[in-house]
Design a protein around this ligand. Structure first.
Ligand code: SF4
Ligand code: SF4
Length: 257
């Protein structure tokens, strides 16, 4: 990360693709790099705080963690990990974060979703559809990991129902965890609450292990990224496929027309 800061050519490509910068938020990824580099080169006994002075809180919270800057950067500078690290400093060390996070963190901790819906109602969407619950003695080929949005949000549930219908029409063998599913923890990690992320991810990883889950399909891009790229840290060696990839394969095989 320190080498990253000295590698920047200040070409501005990151700014040109950054949705925060384009919508007048106080975040220029290029300037962030320059400010962090200058800070790194400043005398080690500088008493100017990094958080809140060198880098304003608003700058840190303006990032959507989309990664567009990383894709555009010709020298492959990474931003998201640095910004998440700065957020961890604000949340876990400084105890300073947007007030909206207070209820979201509490809901994630107590109900395993960011909105505070009772976790016991997570699979209510599936009741009338008769979607089977994962049975470790008779596992299906895929576990369909629905995610919080697909379980609780009105529009999200319509997506879930459409995915269920399509998978069924194509003859895919799948089931869901029902109320044993929990938030992947992605919102907590992106918000800098690594402690909460660890708690949520550990619980899901334990569930996968106990139930013998191996192959997962999900329509949620956040769940996909988390389960595929971050859950190996928790011992989950899952084969994770996005529903669009599975549908593409089913179309190629002539199972979806
Ligand atoms: S795109 Fe990369 S090299 Fe160019 S200004 Fe941004 S961080 Fe620096
Ligand atoms: S990851 Fe953050 S800094 Fe990079 S383009 Fe997206 S919003 Fe901007």
């Amino acid at each position: 990360q320190m080498l990253d800061l000295h590698t920047c050519t200040q070409c501005g490509r990151c700014d040109r693709v950054c949705p925060a910068w384009k919508t007048d938020k106080p975040l220029s990824p290029q300037q962030l790099t320059v400010d962090l580099r200058d800070r790194l080169n400043s005398p080690p006994d500088s008493d100017i705080p990094l958080l809140g002075e060198t880098i304003e809180d608003e700058t840190i919270w303006s990032c959507t963690t989309c990664g567009a800057c990383e894709s555009a950067c010709p020298v492959m500078i990474e931003y998201v990990d640095k910004i998440i690290g700065l957020r961890q400093g604000l949340v876990l060390t400084e105890d300073r974060y947007p007030k909206e996070f207070i209820s979201a963190f509490k809901s994630l901790e107590t109900q395993s979703n960011p909105w505070g819906f009772p976790n016991a109602s997570r699979s209510n969407w599936a009741k009338d559809l008769g979607v089977p619950i994962w049975d470790k003695t008779q596992p299906t080929e895929y576990l369909y990991f629905v995610g919080c949005n697909g379980s609780f949000d009105t529009r999200g549930k319509k997506i879930t129902e459409a995915v269920v219908k399509t998978l069924r029409d194509a003859g895919v063998d799948f089931s869901i965890l029902g109320n044993d599913e929990g938030c992947t923890g992605d919102p907590a990690r992106r918000a800098g609450n690594e402690y909460l992320y660890d708690m949520l991810a550990s619980k899901n990883a334990q569930t996968f292990k106990e139930k013998g889950v191996r192959k997962v399909v999900t329509h949620c891009p956040h769940c996909f990224n988390s389960l595929k790229n971050e859950y190996p840290e928790f011992g989950s060696q899952l084969e994770v496929i996005h529903h669009s990839e599975l549908l593409q394969k089913l179309i190629q095989d002539g199972k979806v027309i």
